[in-house]
Write a protein that binds this ligand. Sequence first.
Ligand code: SF4
Length: 334
Amino acid sequence: MNKTIGIPRGMFYYDYYILWEEFFKNLNTKVVISPKTNKDILNRGISTCVDEACLPVKVFHGHVDYLKDKVDYIFIPKFISLYKREYCCPKHLGLPDMVKHSIEDLPEIIEPIINLRNTNKTFKKAVLETGEYFLNSKKDILKAYDLAYGKWNEFNKLMCLDLININEIGLEWNGKQKLKPCVEENYNKTILLLGHTYNIYDNYINMNIGKKLIDNNIKIITVEMVEEIISRHYANTLPKRMFWTQGQKIVGSTFSLIDRKAIDGIIYISAFGCGLDSVLLELVERKAKDNNLPFTLITIDEQTGEAGVNTRLEAFLDMLDWREKNEDNISTYG
Ligand code: SF4
């Protein structure tokens, strides 16, 4: 019988789920993905994870806890570095160890090390180590990976062309909305929904902000829609090199959208206590201010109430409307 692999729907899941799911399916493995975050998963995360962790890490623990009795293996890569001379947040690096220390009775964890800081060659090793749990042939494993990579790459290109159905990236807003240029679709405004993928695309922890914006006829842009070559170009304009890969993407994409005047405002969703965001926020907010662009921050943790998020959002959208009617007289900060 085919072995079963569990993929927790949290952290880098939102960046790589197409790649991982396809890869494991190509290895003839049964893939089980934990359900969308819900109250039960959040509670499991809160009760198993250490208090000091950020919300996305707690949520990730909840997803692992959900999967642990249902699969033969759980896939938790250890992300150290995705680019030369760059790093991921230390929480990604320590994720498999944290989970193993916090949750009892786990099945075997498949935890390939992704460390491209010095060379890309280590990546092949990580792919083979993972594949060897399910297939013996190195050639077949690499073929399975190449096919999956092709599909993932195609998806990313579609995101950049702004043509993909937003539903496919896990948002499930109305299931139909295609992202097309603002004018064509008659949107009221275009807003950059900014932050780490696991905050932007997890509707439960962000209190459905995406749906609320769409209900207000707002077009949403996310940093995944900006081509990497462009975001890196803009990130390189910073006086000091950004050595967090997530920072390159968030700051570079935002700068490019501001300079191209492609957005009417920015909503930054940040997990309480996120060390990376404390730096990224400062850079983005300063650039928005210099360009007189409305900006608001919504901080989320397990205590966040929907009423508070709604109030902030409404105030921000009202402010955008007022500014349109009374140019320059209204503060740009919600
Ligand atoms: S970048 Fe921030 S939100 Fe993401 S894992 Fe690290 S501390 Fe948590």
